[in-house]
Design a binder for this molecule. Structure first.
Ligand code: SF4
Length: 640
């Protein structure tokens, strides 16, 4: 992998490593689904030794895919596994250090003494790997940094980078280079910044970069898990960063592989895309935004879009007759008895009607975007706003004196786009709807946004993405990657998604389970709000951070996650972690507000932040106890 090889897809088993038959069977299912590497947990020496039995059985059945041992805490297990499997993964946050949550001020001399201690413990593994030709992943996790790193850098992206660099320098001193690195976090923003920083740091310090394994940890399940993963992994792949990927879903591992393939599959056939305008050609100055720190692009003030507002969502109902009940799909439920609208937390802000108008009273929070010629026929409505094409806007003599939208293909002739930016300097009412016909869509939109920033144009813009001829799963990945990547860099004051769902039914293939779409407008609206939630730019629902489970898991994670989700999915903005084991769970639940962690067979320990609140609760009553914990901390409201 790396160095121009295809981006490899991989996953990790969830079985008990001592259950050879189950682990072999699950590994085979993963390989048959397309996994090119399979990782198996080795929490102690006995599991590490059993990797040999598993490997031999797989080889006996004709499966030769490389295996990876997943190690936390136990150097002696790593040293055994490194003699058996093709790769070992170590977590520099806990390979040698037990986490004590001690925040000590280290002097430089004490810090260096710690590094020497790591060198003594880590070097034997490096030498074994070198001798056996075994590869190694130095896999940093945002949630499990060592006390030493936390004390000096906090749980920051730069702390994650330094955590890996400490180990990498030791390996390089031994002239061992069969290394890959990862910087995982459950927060795509943190993860993207950490990988970018790592690349920069390796380049600065060594003048060369090692391959990277990309992943978002504890992404959860269903659409949300896929969206979070696509945003984190996809944004980096768009940057040209990443050599192998794992999507961590709280689902059986073989279901992760099609998602990986959809993410990687986006790059097939892009070789001859229209070149995106070179940055150096027109902006020979520093990048006007910081790819290592989130700052939302500054925009002109407006009553609803841009500065001071969360990104808006536009629902696409072009050219069809709209009835009150149609709006239920985008968060508005009309109650005939009371003649009132009930508005959900994920209710769209605008509706695009094309050449249609609406003949009933709209909910107060919903406004309409319609074609310019239709808008001209509507007398003085403060609910309707026109949209024009770039050509129509450029040929209009006078700017409009109220809010209006311009549909812009950022793949259009660059000189025309530059003239547009000049014209916009005198038009504070324009909102730009940015899409791109370029196969390299996200970078094309980002390039235009960079030019707007460089030239001081502060009109708000909405990210407009169309998807046709793709499966539902591919659309989800496409929307999440292209919109998410822009939002993570601070670009975008709204999202507008649409597709041709009629085409989708024809291309769903047999032999694979696809996400089910009952209502297309609802699918698009949910996807838009989930992208905003995953980029933490607009919070409209509960957030779940659930581990993918592995051989250490102490309960049925999928069933429990579903149970907790059912009980709590009305708690907007609350972050709940559901973690399979007490060994890694508390460290890896990152910035969750509350944690539900397996602490023994049939036992759950509940956390508020990183603090244990109830230890070893019987699992039969643990969900109720979690609800009580939410109530005690004023994080609970009764469901509507
Ligand atoms: S937190 Fe989950 S995935 Fe991580 S080691 Fe524990 S059970 Fe395995």
């Amino acid at each position: 992998m790396g160095n121009g090889n295809p981006i490899r897809v991989q996953t990790m088993t969830t079985t008990d490593t001592m259950d050879t038959a189950a682990t072999v069977a699950q590994t085979i299912r993963c390989i048959e689904a397309g996994a090119e590497l399979v990782r198996i947990t080795a929490p102690s020496k006995k599991e590490a030794e059993n990797l040999l039995v598993i490997k031999e059985e797989l080889r006996r059945q004709g499966y030769t895919m490389p295996l990876v041992a997943d190690i936390h805490f136990t150097p002696n297990a790593a040293e055994i596994a490194a003699r058996i499997v093709e790769k070992v993964r170590v977590n520099p946050g806990n390979y040698i250090d037990k986490k004590k949550f001690d925040f000590i001020e280290y002097t430089d001399a004490e810090y260096l003494a710690e590094i020497d201690r790591i060198r003594d413990r880590f070097t034997p593994l490096v030498r074994i790997c070198k001798e056996y030709g075994t590869a190694m992943r130095i896999g940093t996790n945002h949630g499990s940094l060592s006390d030493r790193i936390m004390s000096r850098y906090g749980d920051s992206p730069i702390g994650m980078v330094e955590s890996a660099m400490e180990f990498l320098r030791i390996a390089r001193d031994e002239s061992y280079h069969q290394i890959i690195l990862s910087m995982k976090s459950s927060n795509p923003q943190v993860m993207v910044q950490a990988y970018r920083l790592l690349v920069q740091k390796m380049d600065e310090e060594f003048g060369e970069c090692y391959p990277l394994h990309l992943g978002v940890t504890e992404a959860g399940d269903g659409e949300d898990g896929r969206i979070k993963s696509a945003i984190g992994i996809g944004t980096l792949l768009e940057d040209g960063i990443g050599d192998t990927i794992r999507v961590s879903l709280t689902e059986d591992p073989e279901f992760e592989i099609p998602v990986c393939k959809d993410i990687v599959g986006r790059y097939a056939g892009r070789d001859n895309h229209t070149p995106v305008q070179s940055l150096a050609a027109t902006s020979p100055i520093a990048l006007p935004y910081d790819p290592f720190n989130y700052n939302r692009r500054s925009t002109l003030p407006d009553a609803r879009i841009g500065k001071g507002h969360v990104p808006v969502v536009v629902a696409h109902y072009a050219d069809k007759k709209i009835h009150p009940q149609d709006l239920q799909a985008i968060g508005y439920r009309y109650d005939e008895l009371t003649d009132k609208w009930n508005i959900g937390d994920a209710a769209a802000d605008y509706i695009f009607t094309g050449k249609e108008t609406i003949d009933f009273a709209l909910p107060g929070t919903l406004q309409v975007i319609c074609n310019y010629d239709v808008w001209q026929t509507i007398s003085a409505s403060d609910k309707y706003f026109p949209i024009r094409s770039l050509e129509a806007y450029m040929s209009a003599a006078e700017p409009l004196s109220s809010k209006h939208f311009i549909a812009i293909d950022t793949n259009a002739d660059w000189d025309v786009l530059l003239r547009l930016l000049d014209k916009l300097k005198d038009d504070s009412h324009a909102v730009l709807c940015l899409g791109s016909a370029n196969a390299h869509r996200m970078p094309s939109i980002r390039r235009f946004a960079i030019e707007a920033m460089t030239r001081g144009v502060e009109n708000a813009f909405i990210i407009c993405l169309e998807n046709n001829g793709k499966t539902v799963d591919e659309q989800l990945i496409d929307f999440a990657t292209d919109a998410g990547g822009l939002l993570l860099d601070g670009f975008g004051d709204g999202i507008w998604l649409w597709n041709n769902m009629a085409q989708v039914e024809n291309i769903q293939m047999k032999g694979r389970t696809y996400l089910e779409v009952k209502n297309n407008n609802q699918f698009l609206n949910n996807t838009a709000f989930s992208i905003l939630q995953a980029t933490r730019t607009r919070i409209s629902k509960t957030e779940y951070i659930s581990c993918p489970s592995c051989g250490r898991t102490l309960f049925d994670l999928q069933e429990t996650t579903a149970k907790i989700r059912n009980a709590t999915n009305h708690l907007k903005g609350v972050k709940i972690a559901i973690m399979g084991c007490i060994v890694n769970g508390p460290g890896e639940m990152a910035d969750a507000d509350f944690g539900y962690v397996g602490s023994g067979p049939g036992k759950i320990t509940l956390y508020k932040g990183k603090e244990v609140v109830k230890r070893n609760v019987n699992s039969d009553i643990a969900v109720n106890e979690l609800i009580q914990l939410l109530k005690d901390n004023e994080a609970w409201i009764e469901p509507a």
